[in-house]
Design a protein around this ligand. Structure first.
Ligand SMILES: Nc1ncnc2c1ncn2[C@@H]1O[C@H](COP(=O)(O)OP(=O)(O)OP(=O)(O)O)[C@@H](O)[C@H]1O
Ligand SMILES: [Mg+2]
Length: 253
């Protein structure tokens, strides 16, 4: 079997004595939309924080595309092709959709200065702009490209958040609740965008609470509870598992 794109081993992290992660283990295979589910407080977002380098883990290892990235700063991880979106969409409300995308163009200051010196700066800027426009078109945001991001609906902000991640030319995207609070029609559109991006070779690890979306989109499904991995399987397998059912019933959503 091919090596997983991402491997997480014995990941541990406390916050003021609260064990957010108590030894989580899981893999993400390339070309999948893998779900990360579990009751509130299971440690899902904390796992994303550690994997993306926002918060350093206190224990465990993270391997991405054959490299050990444990403890790398977020910027370096994102340059390596692993990016994430946030549970609460970020972005600068007063800037336009296009400007918000351009903020996240791969940006290596050293190279940029060099490029400017040899007169290639404008070309790099033009390429970033072309990429931003292609992504906006791809996500059906092109007609809104010059609108301030703050004027977008909740679902459109989620799409912009995905677009922002795509600007980094990633191999793996971690999505934290990409359809939370989004109306069903737009949620459906976001789901089909993810599906077609997957078909083009992108890999996703998705935290979601909407079971119908997980059932339709995600395979396999990783279930976390109490900072640990409880089970990994197909949606049907985890949904039928009594330990999984108990974890949810014990702390209802
Ligand atoms: N920055 C922080 N400071 C203090 N405690 C934190 C912090 N981040 C997470 N925690 C705690 O760690 C535990 C795991 O939280 P986490 O946000 O990872 O859960 P989650 O699975 O994403 O939950 P949800 O489904 O509600 O988003 C919780 O008890 C939470 O209160
Ligand atoms: Mg969370």
């Amino acid at each position: 079997m091919a090596e997983p794109l991402l491997s997480v081993r014995a990941l541990a992290r406390r916050f003021y004595g609260v064990r957010a992660l108590a030894g989580a283990d899981f893999d993400v295979a390339a070309g999948t939309i893998t779900a990360l589910i579990g009751p509130n407080g299971a440690g899902k977002t904390t796992a994303f924080q550690c994997i993306s380098g926002v918060v350093p883990p206190e224990g465990g290892r993270i391997l991405f595309a054959g490299a050990e990235i444990t403890g790398w700063p977020a910027e370096r991880i994102s340059r390596a092709g692993l990016v994430r979106t946030f549970q609460v969409a970020r972005g600068i409300p007063r800037l336009s959709v296009l400007e918000n995308l351009l903020l996240y163009a791969p940006d290596q200051p050293g190279e940029r200065i060099w490029a400017a010196l040899i007169g290639a700066g404008r070309k790099a800027e033009r390429r970033a702009r072309e990429r931003a426009i292609a992504i906006a078109r791809r996500l059906d945001l092109l007609s809104l490209a010059n609108q301030p991001a703050g004027a977008l609906s909740g679902g459109q902000k989620k799409l912009l958040e995905i677009g922002r991640a795509l600007m980094a030319e990633p191999r793996l995207v971690l999505l934290d609740e990409p359809i939370a609070g989004v109306n069903p029609a737009l949620a459906e559109r976001i789901a089909s965008h993810l599906e077609s991006l997957k078909n083009e070779g992108l890999t996703f690890l998705v935290i979601e609470h909407h079971m119908d979306m997980i059932a339709r989109l995600c395979d396999p499904v990783i279930v976390m509870a109490g900072g640990r991995t409880l089970m990994i399987g197909s949606f049907a397998e985890v949904a039928a598992d009594s330990a999984v059912q108990e974890a949810y019933l014990g702390r209802p959503n």
